[in-house]
Ligand binder design. Structure first.
Ligand SMILES: [Zn+2]
Length: 471
C-alpha cells in the first residue's frame, strides 16, 4: 500500500483555501485520526464543601469534595437521609452540588451527609463494593440511616440502632461565645458512623453484657474509622505526609481525634490521640480507656508498615501514595478480621489472631505479622513466645520483609487480665455506648440485630409491674 492511500488529500474547498493562503496545495496535511471515545455517561455525582478535619484544623482546612454517586435533595440517597426541622430537604443547585456558606444549617446538613456517605463508601469499597447493611437491614428491610446534624444542645454525639439514626449535638464551651458543632468534625461524624457500620457487621458486639474488650473494640473501631477515612483521602494524606516528613509519630491531625471538641474541653491534642502507649494493665474495665489500647496498637502498626514500605518502595513511589495504599490494606485486614471474629464476646486477641491468619493467607510480607505481634504484645494483649528484645533495643531489621523475631506466628495466646470478666464501665464513652437500648435492652434480641426502641423497654417494665401488682 502506498503512502498516498494512507494520507488523505485536502478536499477541494479546503484546497482552494490553502491556495488562497499561498500554501502548497496537494501537500499532505495532518488530519485527526478518528479514535473512538467512550460514550459520555451522565454526571450523577455532587460536590460538597467540607472541613477535612474540623474548623480548627488547617491544613487541610475546608475543601471541595466530590461524591460520585447519585444524591437527591435532602441530601439523601438510598442508604442515608438527613433531617433538620425547617431546613431539610436542602436543595442542590443546578449543577446538583450542595455548596453553602460554611456553618449555616444547610451547610451542616450537606457536611454531615457527605462524611457519612464517604465513610460507608470507604468500607464498601474495601469489601469489594457490596452494600454493607445497617443493623436493621434484615428480612428485606432496606431503611436508610438518618443523620441529624443539629440534634440538640449537649457536648455529645451518638449512633442509635433503635432510632436508626446518627445524632450530632452542639454546645457552647465555658468562656466561649460561639458554639461547637460536633457535626463539623470529620472525626466525630465518621466515628459515630463507624459504630453503625460495625453494628451492621457484628450486631452482637454492642450489648453491655459483653466483656470490656468487646466494648473497647466498638469504641476503637469508631476512632480507627476516622483515621482510615482521613488516610483514604489524597489531600489529607498529602498534608499529613508533608507536615510530618512522612513520620507518623510526629504530631499530626491523623492521630489527633476531634481536635476542636477536645480543645473546647481542655485537651489541645484532641479528644483522644491514637499515637499513645497505653497498656491493658493500665486501663481496668473502663471501655473508653481500653479502646485507646487497641487504637494505639493499630496506629503503631500503621506507622511501622508505612515506615517499612516507604523505604522499600522509595525509588518507585511517593510516600503519599505508599501511605494511601498501606492504610487501605490495614483497614481491610482489620475489617476482614472483625468479620471472622466471634459474634459475641470478642476479645482483642480474637481480632489480632484473625489479622495474623488473614495476613499470612493473603501473602503479606512476614514483617507485617511481626509488627502486629510486637505492638499487641507491647500493649499486653497477647503473649509472645520469645522476648521482643530486638524491638525494645531498636535492632529490628526493618529492611527485611521476612523478619519474624524467631517464628512467623499466626496464632498467639491472649494475655489474661483481672478486668477481663468485669462488667463494662461505659461512663467515659461516647454517647453511643451510653444509650439505654444497649445497656438495658434485651441482649439476645440485640445480638440478632433486632431494633430495640425505648418504648419497648418501658413496655417490658410495665409488663413486669403488671405481674407484680397482680399478686
Ligand atoms: Zn463511640
Amino acid at each position: 500500500m502506498s503512502t498516498a492511500t494512507l494520507v488523505e488529500r485536502p478536499q477541494p474547498l479546503y484546497q482552494a483555501l490553502l491556495q488562497q493562503q499561498g500554501r502548497a496545495a496537494g501537500r499532505a496535511i495532518p488530519t485527526p485520526i478518528p479514535i473512538p471515545i467512550p460514550h459520555p455517561l451522565p454526571v450523577v455525582g455532587s460536590r460538597f464543601l467540607i472541613w477535612k478535619q474540623d474548623p480548627s484544623v488547617d491544613p487541610p482546612g475546608l475543601r471541595l469534595s466530590y461524591v460520585p454517586s447519585l444524591v437527591l435533595d435532602g441530601p439523601r440517597d438510598s442508604r442515608i437521609a438527613t433531617e433538620l426541622p425547617n431546613v431539610t430537604p436542602v436543595h442542590a443547585n443546578t449543577n446538583r452540588d450542595f455548596i453553602f456558606a460554611p456553618g449555616t444549617p444547610e451547610a451542616d446538613c450537606a457536611h454531615t451527609f457527605a462524611v457519612v456517605r464517604e465513610t460507608l463508601a470507604m468500607y464498601q469499597r474495601i469489601r469489594g463494593g457490596a452494600a454493607i447493611p445497617w443493623a436493621w437491614n434484615i428480612g428485606g428491610n432496606a431503611d436508610p440511616i438518618t443523620a441529624f446534624p443539629r440534634a440538640g444542645v449537649t457536648a455529645n454525639a451518638f449512633y442509635s440502632r433503635g432510632l436508626k439514626a446518627l445524632k450530632f449535638f452542639y454546645f457552647t464551651p465555658a468562656n466561649a461565645t460561639q458554639p461547637v458543632y460536633t457535626c463539623h468534625s470529620l472525626d466525630i461524624v465518621s466515628h459515630e458512623c463507624g459504630h453503625a457500620v460495625l453494628d451492621g457487621l457484628k450486631p452482637g458486639w454492642l450489648g453491655a453484657t459483653n466483656p470490656p474488650q468487646t466494648g473497647g473494640l466498638h469504641e476503637s473501631f469508631g476512632d480507627l474509622t476516622a483515621i482510615f477515612l482521613a488516610c483514604s483521602q489524597l489531600d489529607q494524606v498529602d498534608a499529613a505526609v508533608a507536615m510530618t516528613k512522612a513520620n507518623l509519630h510526629d504530631r499530626n491531625f491523623l492521630a489527633a481525634l476531634a481536635e476542636q471538641f477536645g480543645a473546647a474541653l481542655g485537651s489541645p491534642q484532641g479528644l483522644r490521640n491514637a499515637d499513645n502507649d497505653l497498656k491493658l494493665s493500665q486501663v481496668g474495665n473502663e471501655v473508653h480507656a481500653i479502646s485507646q489500647v487497641f487504637t494505639g496498637a493499630m496506629y503503631h502498626v500503621l506507622a511501622d508498615i508505612f515506615a517499612f514500605e516507604k523505604n522499600r518502595q522509595a525509588a518507585v513511589k511517593d510516600p503519599t501514595r505508599v501511605l494511601l495504599e498501606v492504610a487501605s490494606c490495614l483497614c481491610k485486614l482489620l475489617v476482614e478480621a472483625i468479620v471472622k471474629a466471634p459474634p459475641v464476646g470478642a476479645t482483642y486477641a480474637d481480632v489480632v489472631n484473625q489479622m495474623l491468619a488473614i495476613s499470612k493467607a493473603q501473602g503479606d510480607p512476614a514483617i507485617y505479622r511481626t509488627f502486629l505481634r510486637n505492638r499487641f504484645t507491647e500493649r499486653e494483649v497477647v503473649v509472645s513466645p520469645v522476648p521482643l528484645t530486638a524491638m525494645a533495643e531498636g535492632r529490628m531489621n526493618l529492611a527485611d520483609p521476612n523478619y519474624t523475631e524467631g517464628q512467623d506466628l499466626v496464632k498467639m495466646e491472649a494475655r489474661k487480665h483481672a478486668a477481663d470478666q468485669a462488667p463494662q464501665d461505659r461512663s467515659a464513652c461516647c454517647g453511643t455506648m451510653q444509650l439505654p437500648e444497649y445497656m438495658l435492652g434485651d441482649q439476645k434480641k440485640l445480638e440478632k440485630g433486632v431494633v430495640i426502641v425505648e418504648e419497648d423497654m418501658i413496655a417490658a417494665e410495665v409488663a413486669e409491674l403488671k405481674k407484680m401488682f397482680a399478686r
